[in-house]
Ligand binder design. Structure first.
Ligand code: IMP
Length: 205
């Protein structure tokens, strides 16, 4: 049975990553752009989990269908976990990716060695009408380098080198990034959950 899943996002980069990772699972992925507009969910939770749950439940409730949302962030332990849950707006409410990277490199200017360790985390929430929301998290460990390198990807990709690699995420191909990303790891866990429960559910496609 084909399951229609609404990805609770309009972010094209994310949709592309999610749809690639969902290929072959028998899931028909839709985005918010395929549905009538609903008010934006304000992401003011104190954790990735709180934001992901809020988004997925709002979308699932609005359209009466399963909805998948994700909230991600970059965490630097030496900066007390910053940029963290506020990764998108680290350099201010209207900032862009470049401004966030400038601010991060500046904040880490005096840090070296293990103090440059960081990790990405993605928490995914899968909300089913009338059921308890399912949560899965994926992480990717690495370090923040001292300059931007590479043109692929988005966000903090040009300053993040995954542990065990010599390239930033922005120097990797989208395929290479997808194989190791925090988002793909969270999504792989969601896929396991879906595979295990899909047969049991009578979801209208
Ligand atoms: P979101 O919750 O996926 O929108 O992520 C929030 C912010 O975290 C983004 O605006 C980016 O700044 C950062 N971020 C999340 N995932 C990634 C990634 O895969 N690479 C680089 N930055 C990311």
């Amino acid at each position: 049975m084909i399951l229609t899943l609404i990805a609770a996002t309009r972010n094209k980069h994310k949709l592309k990553e999610i749809s690639k990772l969902m290929r072959g699972t028998g899931i028909r992925l839709r985005s918010l752009d395929d549905y009538p507009p609903i008010p934006d969910v304000v992401e003011n939770g104190r954790t990735l989990e709180a934001n992901a749950i809020k988004k997925a439940e709002a979308v699932s409730k609005a359209f009466g269908q399963p909805a998948l949302s994700d909230d991600s962030g970059l965490f630097v332990p030496a900066l007390q976990g910053k940029p963290g849950v506020r990764s998108a707006r680290y350099a201010g409410p209207e900032c862009n990716y470049a401004a966030n990277n400038v601010k991060l490199l500046k904040a880490m200017k005096s840090l070296s060695g293990s103090k440059r360790k960081a990790y990405f985390a993605t928490t995914m929430a899968l909300a089913w009408p009338g059921e308890k929301t399912v949560i899965r998290t994926g992480t990717l460990s690495g370090k923040i380098i001292t300059e931007n390198r590479g043109r692929n990807g988005f966000g903090y990709d040009p300053v993040f080198v995954p542990a065990g690699y010599g390239k930033t995420l922005a120097e990797m191909t989208p395929k290479q990034k997808n194989q190791i990303s925090h988002r793909s790891r969270a999504l792989a866990k969601v896929a396991v959950y879906l595979r295990n429960t899909l047969e049991k559910k009578r979801v209208k496609g």
